[in-house]
Design a protein around this ligand. Structure first.
Ligand code: ZN
Length: 175
């Protein structure tokens, strides 16, 4: 049981979102407490996925729940996720808790095979397609300092430049 301690969200413009995150090597109570706080934060923000850099921690941890907290048993914490293979291609709309108000279609592989560890340290593998595959790729990107807007074409990025600058300015306290 967690006691609902949510974490501060970092937004576009924060340096931590651009860093390569470090692999987790110790699977202990501290890690599990942090994962639980990430889950509380994900639910608080009504998101489907959250990566540790988004709460200011540069480690390879993500939590995913496509049910928005409706089916707590389906929460998927992934530690050190590694996409082993990817197939197909599809365009789906993405948003990001770190980039509020911006939603754009992004082209990515349609299916992925991913290896990861659970919070107890067990190594697991799964195949995913559709929306789950999309969220796994989006969250894995966060661990490499990549945001979904980085995957848009130059024209779309130019179109979004002003809105992104506004998010970055308010993140850096330049209202
Ligand atoms: Zn995101």
């Amino acid at each position: 049981m967690s006691d609902n301690q949510t974490l501060k969200l970092y937004h576009y413009g924060s340096a931590v979102l651009k860093k390569q995150a470090e692999a987790v090597t110790e699977f202990n109570g501290e890690l599990r407490d942090f994962v639980n706080r990430m889950i509380d934060t994900l639910y608080e923000e009504n998101g489907v996925g959250l990566a540790a850099p988004q709460v200011g921690v540069s480690r390879r941890i993500v939590v995913i729940d496509l049910s928005f907290g409706e089916e707590v048993e389906r929460i998927l914490p992934m530690i050190n996720p590694e996409i082993l293979s990817a197939e197909g291609e599809c365009s789906l709309e993405e948003g990001c808790l770190s980039i509020p108000g911006i939603y754009e279609d992004v082209v990515r592989p349609e299916r992925v095979r991913v290896r990861y560890r659970d919070p107890e340290g067990r190594t697991l593998e799964m195949e995913a397609d559709g929306f789950l595959a999309r969220v796994i790729q989006h969250e894995s990107d966060h661990l490499d300092g990549i945001l979904f807007v980085d995957r848009l074409g130059a024209v779309k990025r130019t179109f979004l430049a002003k809105a992104l600058r506004e998010i970055a300015d308010s993140e850096n306290g330049e209202e």
